[in-house]
Write a protein that binds this ligand. Structure first.
Ligand code: HEM
Length: 508
């Protein structure tokens, strides 16, 4: 065969190969285009809103409004643009935001049974498994909530017991503040003191402030709470299957909670060992007895797994919230020394310096009561409440919200509603006082939310806030640490909390 014939053959082969690959490439490309168009159409059809669904910003294909930050300030801006009832789509999950006193009241109180469920939030589902109180639904939720409320009443609020426990803890807190020689950050003392009240109720004992093991648990907890607000944690909620395998702060959060669970398991084990059925000492003892009683009713969920989650619930919901509110309280007193002085004058006049404040003093202290309320209003620690879910097809503000849609009631917008508060942007105890200086309740005071899912620890929290706050101001005058730049801008984790600050506590 000649060399020319060989070259021709090679050329033909090459052209054929190029054609083959080009055609293959074109095929692949058109295939890809086809798939993308198909997926886009599927995305549009799958996520099509029903008629009269609340409006909202245009979602991106596949990911929805993923780039919209979910902090309450962004939500407030969107409310101005789209109205008191608007929606966002996160991945394929639609969420409705409800703002302003009128609409939030309509959702939580007037339509009491419409938004009483919790949706599955992947981040918390992994930890709480839909058990306990805060994130459960239906028959299990009803039974667990009722049990906690009954326990709080019989062990706590109803009796003098809890008041005494708060008074004793106030003394320990006061000693810890006294021992500080210079400026200090009060965060962990407050955290420890408040969690000790829950510990007394649940475990039957408190922990010393220098107990290293417990300090470690509190550190893990407060870190986990901050991590719950991280971008990774939010993304986990949208793409749980992907983020389950990716490293990041969300993994640290899970590992912190596992360690906290181990600590709680240890407490349950010890309680089981020396349980005396004729003399239940605390929440765990009562729960262990309830497990036996409800043996024939497994749907009610009384078992060790739910006990663990319910304890985590109480620990989380009952510690961070109240401690953060008190921290805002101290910060405001430092920032507004005139108000601090007026509270102290009332304390000196009504209680004096020789005895500890008690709940019986509260009706005689309208100014202090107004300041504590204003701390909660202005502190705004749970700005968007806890996410709920429509348990039936519902119409709100003229919009249709189908069963199963996630709903956030914007409590921040209620606590700052211009139509309900004289000076919402200013710390003003006058919001809760009438012309005669008497304390007045306000309808738009909803830091604990309202309706079926309202905070069940409200009475306990109110007692803690009044007693700790009054006791601290009876004993100390608070001022900023030298060169401390106090910011009223908070940071958002599980709660909206003050940035760390250092203060000086001078004995009075
Ligand atoms: C200043 C302190 C507190 C504030 C501001 C607060 C606020 C809230 C808010 C806004 C909710 C969500 C309500 C809703 O979904 O509509 C809630 C739920 C809850 N809180 Fe509190 N809370 C505080 C203290 C406590 C304490 C001390 C406890 C424990 C004894 C507690 C236990 C709970 C529980 C278990 C839930 C879930 C209720 C349910 O889903 O049925 N909270 N709280």
């Amino acid at each position: 065969m000649s060399s020319i014939a060989l070259t021709d053959k090679c050329m033909t082969q090459n052209i054929a190969m190029i054609l083959h690959y080009t055609l293959q490439f074109l095929d692949l490309k058109s295939c890809l285009v086809g798939i993308v168009v198909f997926l886009l159409l599927l995305d549009i059809i799958r996520n099509k809103n029903p008629p009269k669904f609340p409006p909202g910003p245009m979602p991106l294909p596949f990911v929805g409004n993923i780039i919209t930050a979910l902090d309450f300030k962004t939500i407030d801006k969107l409310t101005k643009e789209y109205g008191d009832v608007f929606s966002l789509r996160l991945g394929s999950e639609k969420t409705v935001f409800i703002s302003g006193y009128k609409m939030v009241k309509e959702a939580l109180v007037t339509q009491l049974d419409s938004f009483a469920d919790r949706p599955v939030i992947p981040l918390f589902q992994k930890l709480f498994k839909g058990l306990g109180v805060g994130l459960s639904n239906g028959y299990l939720w009803k039974n667990q909530r009722k049990f906690v409320i009954t326990h709080l009443r019989s062990f706590g609020e109803g009796k003098k017991g809890i008041e005494l426990s708060i008074q004793q803890e106030s003394n320990f807190l006061c000693d810890a503040f006294k021992a500080e020689q210079g400026p200090f950050n009060p965060q962990f003392y407050l955290y420890n003191a408040i969690s000790n009240i829950i510990c007394a109720l649940v475990f039957g004992h408190r922990f010393e402030y220098h107990d290293e093991k417990f300090q470690n648990i509190l550190n893990l907890d407060s870190e986990a709470i901050m991590l719950a607000g991280s971008v990774h944690a939010q993304l986990y909620n949208i793409f749980p299957r992907l983020f389950e395998y990716l490293p990041g702060p969300h993994q640290k959060m899970f590992s912190n909670y596992e360690k906290i669970k181990d600590f709680l398991k240890d407490e349950i084990r010890k309680h089981k060992e020396d349980l005396d059925p004729s003399d239940p000492r605390d929440y765990i003892d009562n729960y262990l007895l309830e497990i036996e009683k409800k043996d024939s009713d497994p749907e009610a969920g009384f078992n060790i797994e739910t006990l663990l989650v319910a304890m985590l619930d109480l620990f989380e919901a009952g510690t961070e919230t109240t401690a953060t509110t008190l921290r805002w309280g101290l910060l405001y007193m430092i920032k507004y020394p005139d108000i601090q002085k007026k509270v102290q004058e009332e304390i000196d006049r009504v209680i004096g310096q020789s005895r500890q404040p008690s709940m019986a003093d509260k009706p005689n202290m309208p100014y202090t009561e107004a300041v504590v309320h204003e701390i909660q209003r202005f502190g705004n620690i749970v700005p968007l409440g806890l996410t709920k879910m429509a348990c039936k097809d519902t119409t709100l503000g003229g919009y249709f919200i189908p069963k199963g849609t996630s709903v956030n009631t914007n409590l921040s917008s209620v606590l700052n509603d211009k139509t309900m508060w004289e000076t919402p942007e200013k710390f003003n105890p006058g919001h809760f006082l009438n012309d005669k200086g008497q304390f007045v309740k306000k309808d738009a005071f909803l830091p604990f939310s309202a309706g079926r899912r309202a905070c069940l620890g409200e009475q306990l929290a109110r007692m803690e806030l009044f007693l700790f706050f009054t006791f601290l101001l009876q004993r100390f005058t608070f001022s900023p640490g030298p060169e401390e730049k106090l910011s009223l801008e908070g940071q958002l984790g599980f709660t909206y909390a003050p940035q760390p600050f250092r203060m000086v506590a001078v004995l009075r």
